[in-house]
Every structure is written in structure tokens, then in C-alpha cells.
Design a protein around this ligand. Structure first.
Ligand code: G6Q
Length: 550
């Protein structure tokens, strides 16, 4: 059995943490810094060019020891091994979870049902290499012989967010004569706005769908197929459409030749699939070398996660900090702020990774859970978000733990832009921790020449409670390797949280109900009669919409 046999919140380790957290809730981080000169080195970790400083958290060595005891209680080391070894830890779907095999760069055999998965993974990698290079070089051309310069990924969820985020993150490496587009939403606008910009002769569609049954993706793909055929005729499909899927039969049924199909496997979850052929557009956009470097970076993080002690293990530490705040401080949110324009899509990607994986309320033993699981993840690129939701981070009624991510060197060192950016990230984490007392606020107002009455009126509004935690992750530069490390860091963090919460982080049954109801409502919207079978609100909304569409 993969799960923990006893409810984790009934364990001694959990109780100890509960008690200790009450004590730590009264502690000031600034005092801990003042009393411990080694705090920064004690609570920092390095891997290659990546540095994690987690010293600005409401923790001390004892809190970390208790958290590590909780990880041990959850049998974390063994669970990590089980994942890497291909055990069927996705219990509800009876599947192995082997996105790590996709970047198993030392190529040791990994078995699922007695079969080594590496030869197939390597074969498809070879196919990705050959095809991406042929498209980039223009040796694989469109139907009329022109270079395919507009590459369109059609997919949704895990078949969209990862490739889209990585293509953007590696924009600096794109070939100048190529453009990359993503169609995910069923909203016809998504399709129309992309197609409006394109010339069929130079457009390649990559239809990404693990199941090849997803309504949004198939509907968008059909629309794009028609658009192409209307202009170039049916035979052009072979040169302008490729598919990435686990389902060859459906791909063929759709009208894409299986020679133009890139396989992946059911041991790769959708939100963990950018390392597979789902990342084909990444290889075309940034070059296969960079795609491999991304795999190398992820592999380095895999090795660290698998072999480093839990106490000096980056994903484990980030997960334990998350659990500390969620379960022992009652915090329900977590914010991720990359200070790098190229990483602007990372928060959206991580929203899916974290919330689809750990937004669960039944444990591995089939019990409804009585403790909190995933926090709500949100974020955006700094400094933009400093001018929007940071108000709440600084002065909201409770704190939101923050991950700050930045490269020391920008790909675009223009003037002093990057130094200003760096100054901002450092200032934000310092401000969140230090805050500003009411006395300091009053002092500042006095220095500005305000009257006593004005100072009394304003000083509380200018007060920042501080003591708000954050992690800072610094890279030398965000290249493909660093991107691989960063994404794998969060994948494994999410896994560790799931292990401790005793949930299956690898299914996503929560997305089903809405899909089923949409299937029921669709014919009702199209039919004459107004439905009465729903709740009163839904019935009336359907009727109203039908009326408006007349
Ligand atoms: C991710 C989920 C989900 C999935 C999409 C698309 O882990 O499974 O986001 O990726 O629903 O599914 P298909 O790739 O099968 O079209």
C-alpha cells in the first residue's frame, strides 16, 4: 500500500508540531536573525547555480526537526523510491508515475510491469530530435514546399500549460523567423484570433492530447483542420498536422497518420508531461539541444531529491514549509512571484501542478480528510504584481507565504533595468519580514512635516505588521537547464506534500463533474424547449441565454 495506514493528524509528530507552532506564532523573525548569526547558512541550500534562502520563515531548528519527523512518519524516503522505481503509486488509476523516467539522463533501466520503459522513451526522444530539427532547418516543409514558420500547439490543461510556459521561458532561444501559438480554450475566439494571423502554407499544427478525447482540443483541431483543407485541400493534412498522444486509434480516427504521431505513455500525467513529446513545440522553439538541457536540469533535481538527506533536500524543505503554514498556522494561500518576464507564465503552470495534484479531500485509505490540503496558489511576474495584489501581502489580515524567484543575470541587461528589478525583489522580502511599526510610521510622517493630528490620523494606515514569511530562489541565469531544475523542484515539492497529506497527487477526478453536466446542458441550449430538470438558477440562466441568442 502506498498511503500511510494511520491518519497523519493523529500522530505524535503532528501533535508536537501543533504545540510548537503555537509558540512560533509569537516569535519575531527579526529577533531570530538577531540571535542567530548563522541563520542564513543554516536555512539555505544550493544546487548547481540555484540558491534557496528559506531563512525568512517562521521557523527555527526545532521546528524543522519536528517537520522532518513528520516526513519520516509519512515514510517519505520510501515513497520517493517507490515513485522513481515505477511502483503504481497513482492508486485510483493503478498507474506508475514516471515523469522522472522522461529525464532519466543516465538511462538506467526503469521497469513497469516487468518492461524497461527507457528504450521507448529514447526512441521517441530521437523522433522529437529529428522532427524538431527538420522543421527548424526547413527540410520538413509544408504541402507547397514552404518552410513551416508558424507552429500552433492545440491542447488544454497539461497539454498546454507546460509547453506554453516553457516556450515563453525560453523565448530568448527562438529562431527569429518562427512564431509560436497556443490554442487551448473552446471559446471560438481563441481559435479565430490565432488563425486570423496565419498563412496555411506556413502553419504546422501540433495536436496534443494524452487521451485524444478532450472536447476542447478535438473541436479546436477540427476547426483548424477545416481551415487548412479549405485552403490547401485534404492531402495537405499530412504535412501540416502532427499529433502527440497515448491513443493511436483515436489519432488515426481523427485523420492524422500515425507516422505523424509522437507517443507518450499512461505513466506520464498530463500536468507532468512537458518532458515528453508534449514538449515537441519546446524543442522546435528553443532547439532540441535546449530541450535536452531542460531534461538535464530536471534530472539534476531528481537526483538531488532522490539522494540528498531530507534535511538538506530542496523540494522536501519547501514542502515542509508549506505544510507548516497550511496545517499549523491555518494559512490557505501561497503566492509565487518570478521576477523574470520570461517566467511570467510560471504561476499559471504551477497553479495546475499544485492545485490539481493536491486539491483533494479523500486520503489514500478512502477516508474523508479532516485536515487542510493544498493551499490556493496564485502569482504573477514581479514587479507588475507589486502594483496589484501586494497590498494584501503587506497589510492584509493574515499572511501569505511567498516564493520569490529571480536570475542574478538577465538575458536583457539593458541599462540598469535588471538592477532595479533585483533591488525590488530584495526590498519586497525584506519589507514583508521587517514591516514598519506604528512608531516608525509616526516618525516618518513627522519628518515630512505633518501635524500631530495628521500623524494620529494616518500612522496606523502606514503600519506594516511584518513577520511575513518568504523563500527566495536565485539562479545565475534562467536557461533551459535552470528551467528544468526549477520545474522539477516544484513537481517534487508537490509530491512530498501529497505524501504527507496521504493523498494521491496524480489523479484529477475533480474536473469530471462539470464536464458531465456540460454534456447534458449542450443539447438543452440547442433545443427548443426550456429545461426544468436543473436547479432553479441553472434553469433560468439557460432560458435567459437562449432568449438573448435568438
Ligand atoms: C493534467 C490533467 C489535465 C489534462 C487535460 C488535457 O494532469 O490530466 O489537465 O492534461 O484535461 O487532457 P488530454 O491531454 O487528454 O487532452
Amino acid at each position: 500500500m502506498f498511503g500511510i495506514s494511520r491518519e497523519i493528524n493523529k500522530s505524535r509528530a503532528w501533535n508536537k508540531l501543533n504545540k510548537y507552532a503555537r509558540k512560533m506564532q509569537k516569535v519575531e523573525m527579526a529577533d531570530m536573525f538577531a540571535h542567530d548569526k548563522k541563520r542564513v547558512s543554516r536555512f539555505s541550500l544550493d544546487l548547481d547555480n540555484m540558491h534557496l534562502d528559506y531563512s525568512k520563515n517562521l521557523i527555527d531548528s526545532k521546528a524543522m526537526l519536528y517537520l522532518l519527523a513528520l516526513a519520516n512518519k509519512a515514510d517519505l524516503k520510501n515513497k520517493i523510491e517507490q515513485m522513481f522505481n515505477g511502483a503504481k503509486i497513482n492508486s485510483t488509476e493503478k498507474r506508475a508515475v514516471l515523469h522522472t523516467a522522461l529525464r532519466n539522463r543516465d538511462n538506467h533501466p526503469i521497469y513497469v510491469d516487468g518492461q524497461d520503459v527507457m528504450p521507448e522513451i529514447n526512441r521517441v526522444l530521437g523522433k522529437i530530435k529529428d522532427f524538431s530539427e527538420a522543421v527548424r532547418l526547413g527540410t520538413f516543409t509544408g504541402h507547397t514546399g514552404k518552410k513551416l514558420t508558424n507552429i500552433v500547439n492545440i491542447g488544454i490543461g497539461g497539454s498546454d500549460l507546460g509547453p506554453k510556459m516553457a516556450v515563453e521561458a525560453l523565448r530568448r532561444y527562438h529562431l527569429k523567423d518562427m512564431n509560436f501559438y497556443f490554442i487551448s480554450n473552446i471559446d471560438g475566439t481563441a481559435c479565430a484570433e490565432v488563425l486570423n494571423k496565419l498563412d496555411p502554407e506556413t502553419t504546422l499544427f501540433i495536436v496534443c492530447s494524452k487521451t485524444f478525447t478532450t472536447v476542447e482540443t478535438l473541436t479546436n483541431a477540427k476547426t483548424c483542420r477545416k481551415w487548412l483543407i479549405d485552403s490547401l485541400g485534404e492531402p495537405a493534412v499530412a504535412k501540416h498536422f502532427v499529433a502527440v498522444s497515448t491513443n493511436a486509434a483515436e489519432v488515426e480516427k481523427f485523420g492524422i497518420n500515425v507516422d505523424n504521431m509522437f507517443e507518450f505513455w499512461d505513466f506520464v500525467g498530463g500536468r507532468y508531461s512537458m518532458w515528453s513529446a508534449i514538449g515537441l513545440i519546446i524543442a522546435i522553439a528553443a532547439g532540441y539541444d535546449n530541450f535536452e538541457k531542460m531534461l538535464d536540469g530536471a534530472h539534476a533535481m531528481d537526483e538531488h531529491f532522490r539522494y540528498a538527506d531530507l534535511a538538506s533536500n530542496m523540494p522536501v524543505i519547501l514542502a515542509l514549509l508549506s505544510i507548516w503554514y497550511v496545517n499549523f498556522f491555518g494559512i490557505r494561500n501561497h503566492v509565487i512571484v518570478p521576477y523574470d518576464q520570461y517566467l511570467s507564465l510560471l504561476p499559471a503552470y504551477l497553479q495546475q501542478l499544485v492545485m490539481e495534484s493536491n486539491g483533494k479531500s479523500v486520503d489514500m485509505n478512502n477516508n474523508f480528510i479532516t485536515y487542510q490540503t493544498s493551499p490556493v496558489i496564485f502569482g504573477g511576474a514581479g514587479t507588475d504584481v507589486q502594483h496589484s495584489f501586494f497590498q494584501l501581502l503587506h497589510q492584509g489580515t493574515s499572511f501569505v507565504p511567498c516564493d520569490f524567484i529571480i536570475p542574478a543575470i538577465s538575458h536583457n541587461e539593458i541599462g540598469n533595468h535588471h538592477e532595479i528589478l533585483l533591488a525590488n525583489i530584495l526590498a519586497q522580502s525584506e519589507a514583508l519580514m521587517k514591516g514598519k511599526t506604528t512608531a516608525q510610521a509616526a516618525e516618518e510622517l513627522k519628518a515630512k512635516g505633518l501635524s500631530s493630528k495628521e500623524i494620529a490620523d494616518l500612522k496606523r494606515y502606514k503600519t506594516f505588521k511584518g513577520n511575513r514569511p518568504s523563500n527566495t530562489i536565485i539562479f545565475k541565469k534562467i536557461d533551459a537547464y535552470a528551467l528544468g531544475e526549477l520545474v522539477a523542484l516544484y513537481e517534487h515539492k508537490t509530491f512530498v506534500e501529497g505524501v504527507i497529506w496521504n493523498i494521491n497527487s496524480f489523479d484529477q477526478m475533480g474536473v469530471e463533474l462539470g464536464k458531465q453536466l456540460a454534456l447534458k446542458i449542450l443539447p438543452e441550449l440547442q433545443g427548443e424547449a426550456n429545461p426544468e430538470a436543473h436547479d432553479a438558477s441553472t434553469n433560468s440562466l439557460i432560458a435567459l441565454i437562449k432568449n438573448l441568442r435568438k
